[in-house]
Design a protein around this ligand. Structure first.
Ligand code: ATP
Length: 389
């Protein structure tokens, strides 16, 4: 199934509005009290003994997108994502999954939500040490009451899907860290949840294995189009995986947007500092640098690049051709990019197209414009010919 902009279904999977989670004594009074709600973290703690881990957050998670929640340690990422399935009880606000009110669910309904609809992949998977890989994966089905043969068959399929074929009978202790992560991923996948929630699953892995696992997530997402919510404190990981990123600070979402919007149009100085060292040409797309063709001749000649090609890829095409490149979408020329405009993007003189903005307390993602962009697979480009490859 395709997961990208060609999917017309924009129904949100999760819809979150005005969400608060306050820890501490008489936490309930904070969200409704404008004076207390306006206090900074230190002052709030001093005055009330409370910590507002999530402060008035709103966003939608769209079907088929990878929604990344990013922020430094303590910014509220885990608390926010745990509130989605009420592993942590919210203090105020609303959460819906497919339009159903999560806060109104009884215990049985919540159990079903966590088992069937929104499976969580943790950093420490808590694999059962005395069970084989296959049985660990099948366990999720066992607690659902699926019969033995069927669950072993389905588990074997998913074990193969995450690249562990041949290791079915090993115990967790006989696996590397990365392989254990794959077992955890398989265990979440086997129940075929509508949405996968990842809580910093790769942060304990060494960089090479971490990259493998990120690529695994990209591949699975591309193949299956499953909706994913992914927590990370790593900006590179967020930019690589996210269709959209919610950047958190002190419990608030300070900006919600595509990687391109966050890097190209930071909402404030905090975000600007956060993204300062990102190689812009690898995140920004040619849309940012595009201008209308000056003449029919310009619209009809020169190398072709796709609209989602990165600036870095376009620079290569322009350098090879020695002149402007055309941005082609299904054979239609949307505009052209030249070396000057591309360099402006690299230098930070040009921002991202409209859309990246502070989310504040408003329902952050209710902007109708941008459809899930799909993962940024390197947009291949052609240096000659009519169609960008
Ligand atoms: N049970 C709790 N009781 C009190 N305060 C808590 C509790 N859980 C979290 N907090 C506080 O809430 C804030 C947000 O914590 P949270 O774990 O959600 O952040 P995080 O962004 O996920 O951090 P990390 O990346 O370190 O996991 C922190 O200030 C934390 O100390």
């Amino acid at each position: 199934m395709s997961t990208t902009a060609d999917t017309a279904d924009h129904t949100p999977v999760f819809s979150v509005d005005g969400l608060w989670k306050v820890f501490g004594p008489k936490a309930d009074r904070i969200p409704g009290d404008p004076e207390l709600a306006a206090l900074g973290p230190a002052e709030l703690r001093a005055r009330t003994g409370c910590t507002a881990a999530v402060r008035d957050v709103g966003f939608d998670v769209r079907k088929g997108e990878v929604f990344v929640v990013m922020g430094l340690s303590g910014s509220g990422k885990s608390t926010l994502v745990r509130c989605l399935t009420r592993l942590i009880e919210p203090t105020a606000g609303s959460i819906a999954i497919d339009g159903e009110d999560v806060r109104a669910m009884d215990k049985a309904r919540l159990r079903a939500l966590r088992r069937h609809r929104a499976a969580m992949v943790f950093q420490h998977f808590g694999l059962l040490p005395h069970r084989s890989v296959l049985d660990n994966v099948a366990y999720g089905l066992q607690i659902q009451g699926v019969g033995r043969d069927e669950r072993r068959e389905r588990a074997a399929e998913v074990v193969a899907k995450v690249g562990l074929a041949g290791l079915e009978q090993r115990r967790p202790a006989q696996l590397s860290g990365g392989q254990r992560q794959r077992v955890g991923l398989a265990r979440a996948l086997v129940v075929d949840p509508e949405v996968l929630l990842f809580d910093e699953p790769f942060s304990a892995l060494d960089p090479l294995i971490r990259r493998d696992m990120q690529e695994e997530v990209v591949r699975l997402h591309r193949e299956e189009g499953r909706t994913m919510v992914f927590i990370t404190h790593d900006l590179g990981e967020a930019l690589k995986l996210g269709d959209r990123i919610a950047l958190m600070r002190d419990g608030r979402v300070v900006q919600l947007g595509t990687p391109e919007e966050i890097v190209g149009s930071p909402a404030d100085d905090y975000v600007r500092a956060f993204v300062r060292d990102v190689p812009r040409e690898q995140v920004m797309t040619v849309r940012t640098a595009m201008r209308p063709a000056a003449s029919a001749e310009e619209a009809g000649s020169g190398p072709a690049v796709r609209p989602d090609a990165t600036v870095s890829e376009a620079i290569e095409a322009v350098a090879r051709a020695g002149g402007p490149a055309r941005v082609l979408d299904g054979g239609r020329c949307l505009g052209v990019v030249d070396s000057e405009a591309l360099l402006d993007v690299v230098a930070g003189v040009t921002g991202a197209p409209a859309g990246g903005r502070a989310a504040g307390g408003a329902p952050g993602s209710k902007d109708p414009g941008a459809a899930p962009a799909g993962l940024r697979a390197p947009a291949a480009l052609a240096t000659t010919g009519e169609e960008p490859v």
